[in-house]
Design a protein around this ligand. Structure first.
Ligand code: NAD
Length: 491
């Protein structure tokens, strides 16, 4: 199925309830990663445009009625947004596949429904929320209210653009805040529609604004420096988190950071390999490995190492790499030329580090002609004995994984924790005590035992160490997006 999307869209900013052009009329191009064809010309928000968006969000926050309407009314509008997303599911999934290069089937089956659910979940959650009450004998009564903070900057990466933005927008809006969203410059298509979807759902003008552009000295930096922005929810690279923290420091902004990862996926000798191998393949190559939670360091107990390598290699080679719009495709291209160069630079590093290449390491040979310019790389598997090697330490964020042998539990934990990151870990064992023991010892925000990427939206999600600050999910998201106010009454 050849399905090249040749349409070039004009993507505008969405400020105060309407689409507007960049005040400098500066536009940047977005390419289809499968073909390198231009698919969009995007208006870059200048400092003045960001200022307009932040002031619109401030007005919508202060003057209402968003913040002051009943929780029920607000949450009904957010649920309506979720419904509209499901009504536009196919269109959004096509756009996401075209923009990111991910398989349409994954966007349609998983990411767009999850995006709708993100909004609905937080609307339902806020409606059910209670508060704390502390009576002081018969003399005083303390009770707590959770009030919105103000204007939130929501800054998101290119790997799961729509899903990650709605994951922030849900709690932000449900708590009564207003938002200025900045999607990643490489993949703005779906997120650019969120303002219009909010408006159609009856959400007042100025509550949801979307600005486009780059990071440093551009839209991202203007937004994080803006005095009207009270809080920044950011998902992206650890280095970008550091830059945003510095920029936001002058105006003392509250930050929530979901950053990089380099998860250990630990396979013990008693693991059920019939389950561990297919899930580890997913954990390695879903979204072409461009997932913060990717199990990119696979630690395998030496007694089963050879068997694991043979079976994992076979499963990796069976993945269908091709056109994201084709339902048979398991893996599309990498997102951009810049990222392709970064990921493929690790092939050279692996060579210098004497890693053993098991499979992959080059462009797929049999791509059809119309994909010949796409940023494709085969699922790539290395073996390395040295967990300190750069390919075992740095976040490659592509379809490149390293298998590392270990002998004992202690060694597995030591290797797993020998990283600056701590987003998640994965453990495969049939031994219940070991599962608990290792889960407690691995220093990461989420541990999956005999599974991967299973999410209950009530559960905390976030990183230890350099993988983040704060937690998202359920009441954890709401803690970030609200001010707790204690009221003490003399009785
Ligand atoms: P990135 O940090 O380069 O960019 C993310 C966003 O920040 C983009 O919108 C970008 O324009 C903006 N930005 C960049 N510099 C900025 C600056 N100085 N000021 C303000 N904004 C700025 O990240 P990316 O390359 O788009 O995404 C990949 C990274 O995201 C990986 O490190 C991955 O692990 C991480 N990630 C983490 C999670 C998580 O939940 N922990 C989820 C997905 C992705």
């Amino acid at each position: 199925m050849k399905s090249v999307d040749t349409k070039v869209r004009e993507i505008k900013l969405f400020i105060d309830g309407e689409y507007v052009t960049s005040s400098s009329n500066s536009l940047f191009e977005v390419k289809n990663p499968a073909t390198q064809e231009v698919i969009a010309k995007v208006h870059e928000a200048t400092k003045e445009d960001v200022d307009r968006a932040c002031k619109a969000a401030r007005r919508a926050f202060e003057e209402g009625p968003w913040r002051t309407m009943t929780v029920k009314e607000r949450c009904e509008k957010i649920r309506r947004m979720a419904e509209i997303i499901m009504e536009r599911r196919e269109e959004l999934a096509r756009l996401e596949a075209t923009d990111v290069g991910k398989p349409y089937s994954v966007a349609f089956e998983k990411e767009i429904p999850r995006s709708a659910h993100n909004l609905k979940f937080f609307a339902d959650f806020v409606e059910q929320l209670g508060g704390e009450v502390y009576p002081m004998e018969e003399e005083y009564l303390n009770y707590t209210r959770y009030e919105p903070v103000g204007v939130a900057a929501l800054i998101t990466p290119w790997n799961l653009p729509f899903m990650l933005t709605t994951w922030k927008l849900g709690p932000c809006l449900a708590a009564g805040n207003t938002a200025v969203i900045k999607p990643a410059e490489a993949t703005p298509l779906t997120v650019s529609l969120l303002g219009e979807i909010a408006k159609e759902a009856g959400i007042p003008d100025g509550v949801v604004n979307v600005v486009h552009g780059f990071g440093p000295n551009s839209t991202g930096e203007f937004l994080t420096a803006h005095p009207e922005v009270d809080l920044i929810s950011f998902t992206g690279e650890t280095t970008t988190g550091k830059a945003i923290m510095k920029t936001g420091a002058d105006t003392l902004k509250r930050v929530s950071f979901e950053l990089g990862g380099k998860a250990a996926n630990i396979i013990f000798e008693d693991a059920d390999l019939n389950k561990a191998i297919p899930v580890s393949i997913q954990a390695a190559f879903l979204n072409s490995g461009q997932v913060c939670l990717a199990g990119s360091r696979i630690l395998v107990q030496r007694s089963i190492f050879d068997e694991f390598v043979t079976r994992f290699k076979k499963a990796a080679e069976e993945l269908v790499v091709g056109d994201p719009q084709d339902p048979r495709t398991n893996m599309g291209p990498l997102v951009s030329e810049e990222h392709y160069k970064k990921v493929t630079s690790y092939l050279e590093i692996a060579k210098q580090e004497n890693a053993t290449l098991i499979t992959g390491g080059k462009r797929p040979a049999n791509l059809p002609d119309y994909l010949k310019n796409g940023y494709y790389l085969e699922p790539t598997v290395y073996v390395h004995e040295n967990p300190e090697a750069r390919i075992c330490q740095e976040e490659i964020f592509g379809p490149v994984v390293t298998l590392i042998p270990f002998d004992t539990e202690e060694e597995a934990v030591q290797i797993a924790n020998n990283t600056q990151y701590g987003l998640n870990g994965v453990i495969w064992t049939e031994n219940l005590q070991r599962a608990h023991r290792i889960s407690h010892q691995v220093r990461a925000g989420t541990i999956w035992v005999n599974c991967w990427f299973v999410r209950d939206l009530r559960a905390p999600f976030g990183g230890f160490k350099k993988s983040g600050i704060g937690r998202e999910g359920g009441r954890h998201s709401l803690e970030f997006f609200t001010e707790a106010k204690n009221i003490c009454i003399a009785l």
